[in-house]
Design a protein around this ligand. Structure first.
Ligand code: F6P
Length: 559
């Protein structure tokens, strides 16, 4: 891995394995000018002037429909964004991504997670290892479902706890949660623990029996402090419950590339499942990191998930830019973040099953594109990744949607909707999603506010007093993604759609979507703080360390 210190924006690192044309300044300026002009025409007015707007801006692929027509975009802006993509040679970049070019230019390696979905070739040198891992994973999954994976005293394993953080948690957690209804009845109970706060593991272990519990230590590097601390705590819990002489290895598996560190920890060698180096943590759910999802869905169910991802890969790779869902989603997101001054994107899945979509996308998007240093080591001059947040509908409607209606900020919104539910309440979800996107676009002006108050027969003085408080400016830009149903296949499509959207944006901004040097700074600081030396810290941090030390001393005295 390259040293972070070589990569500051004024440094000289300049890896140019693939041509990455950045657009001339004039292109950015033209887009800025266009955004300013378009700002004077709110989204509803665009429907009035473009008769075919919905037909032209809602696109389908393989059962998914994505409607961009409520975005604050017009044909000229879209044309300019597509021209921007051409100037950046986006089509060539997409080809290079699938051809295993080292687009992760700081770490000088490819980002080839699509190969796990069978959408492009696995490099020859990795084929044998991948075949071996996938055969061992399949045997493990089948063994678990057939009751052949047994604990130290011979009882079948019935509960699996995944210990991991970041990409080693968010992806598999999201998939397992999202596809609860597709879980095989023979699958073990699956739980996830990410936080190093003991409460999270304690809560999971409170309902677990050590004789029938297995831990997956999921860490590509096997160096992540939180995961290893939780793994050590799990080991203590197993020893306490099973006795020091028990064969604890029967209760452990690992997903990691650090095979010797995992085996030194006590994981049997045949239960250490590797993933290729070219799979980044936040793109790793398709690899052995997806083991919890494989256990829940079975190998065949997981294959459907991969097939959904593959369908989106093929669409992304083979479809002209102007009809390409991830490309359009990327360009429109970039338009909002870089030109319309919209600094956040709220993910609004109208499905309890998709409640962890915002958390999964936070890592995918913010760890990928929360960057400022371009390939040629200059600083980007426009805003990059928006802040990703959100929560599931309709719950959010009774909480943070108020800010969308009457707050002072514009927020871009992604509504993710499962259209084909047959239960009355599932239909309510869909109706609510469509109602929210419509109301947030149209808003309510003063006249409409007055009319609604008069309809309640209020005296005219009350109408005048209250009406301004009912005004909602509307004009919040949104995309609506309609999935026919939620299955392993459609979930795979959805997740690959977002992955490729992130790639499109990173490429156009000229940053590396596949490294994460920033987070290393925080890790270094945590190590320094753990050493307890306050001397080298700023006065605030040193003061807080002293206050913590005093509180700890009191807590120790009282315990
Ligand atoms: O700290 C960030 C990060 O490196 C993520 O990119 C990664 O998904 C996570 O930590 C976990 O890493 P590992 O799988 O090596 O424990």
């Amino acid at each position: 891995m390259a040293e972070a210190k070589n990569l500051n924006c004024s440094g000289s690192t300049n890896v140019t394995d693939i041509a990455h044309p950045l657009p001339p300044r004039a292109t950015w300026h033209a887009l800025e000018a266009h955004a300013t002009r378009l700002g004077a025409s709110p989204v509803p007015s665009l429907f009035a002037s473009e008769a075919q707007r919905y037909a032209e801006l809602s696109l389908s692929h393989d059962g998914i429909l994505v409607d961009f027509s409520k975005q604050h975009i017009d044909p000229a802006a879209l044309g300019a964004l597509l021209e921007l993509a051409r100037q950046c040679d986006l089509s060539t970049a997409i080809g290079a991504l699938f051809a295993a070019q080292p687009l992760n230019f700081t770490e000088r390696r490819a980002a080839l997670h699509m190969a796990l979905r069978g959408s492009c070739a696995v490099p020859q040198r990795d084929q044998a290892a991948m075949r071996d891992t996938s055969a061992r994973v399949r045997a493990f999954v089948d063994g678990m479902r057939n009751g052949n994976i047994i604990g130290a005293n011979g009882q079948p394993i019935q509960r699996v706890v995944n210990l991991g953080i970041g990409g080693s948690d968010l992806g598999p957690r999201f998939v397992v949660e999202a596809l609860t209804r597709h879980a095989d009845p023979r699958a073990p109970q699956i739980r996830f623990v990410a936080n190093v706060d003991p409460l999270e593991l304690d809560l999971v272990l409170a309902e677990a029996d050590p004789h029938t519990t297995l831990f997956i230590i999921s860490s590509k590097s096997f160096t992540t402090a939180e995961t290893l601390a939780n793994a050590r705590a799990a080991l203590r819990w197993l020893r306490n419950g099973l006795g020091d002489d028990a064969d604890i290895g029967r209760h452990l598996a690992a997903v990691s590339n650090a095979t010797s560190a995992a085996t030194a920890f006590g994981v049997p060698g045949e239960r250490v499942f590797q993933l290729p180096e070219w799979v980044g943590g936040r793109y790793s759910v398709w690899s052995a990191i997806g083991l919890p999802a494989m256990l829940a869905l079975g190998s065949a169910g997981f294959e459907h998930f991969l097939a959904g991802g593959r369908s989106m890969d093929e669409h992304f790779r083979d479809t002209p830019l102007q009809h390409n869902l991830p490309v359009l989603m990327g360009l429109i997101g970039l338009w909002n973040a870089s030109f319309m001054d919209i600094d956040s994107l709220a993910l609004l899945p109208y499905a309890h099953a998709l409640r962890s979509l915002p958390a999964w996308l936070q890592q995918l998007e913010m760890e990928s594109n929360g960057k400022r240093c371009t390939r040629d080591a200059s600083a980007v001059e426009i805003q990059t990744s928006p802040i990703i947040w959100g929560g599931s509908g309709t719950v959010g409607q009774h909480a943070f949607h108020q800010l969308f209606y009457q707050g002072t900020r514009r927020v871009a919104l992604d509504f993710v909707v499962i259209a084909g539910g047959t239960d009355e309440r599932e239909r309510m979800l869909v109706d609510n999603a469509l109602a929210q996107s419509a109301a947030l676009m149209s808003g309510r002006d003063l006249q409409a506010a007055q009319a609604s108050l008069r309809a309640r027969n209020l005296p005219e003085t009350e109408v005048e007093r209250l009406a301004p408080h009912l005004v909602c400016p509307g004009n919040q830009p949104s995309t609506t993604i309609l999935l026919p149903t939620l299955t392993p296949y459609t979930l795979g499509q959805l997740m690959a759609l977002y992955e490729h959207k992130v790639f499109v944006q990173g490429w156009i901004w000229g940053i590396n979507s596949f490294d994460q040097y920033g987070v290393e700074l925080g890790k270094d600081m945590a190590r320094q703080l753990a050493s307890g030396n306050a001397e080298n810290h700023d006065p605030s941090t040193a003061g807080l360390m002293a206050a913590v030390a005093a509180m700890r001393a009191r807590a120790d005295e009282q315990s």
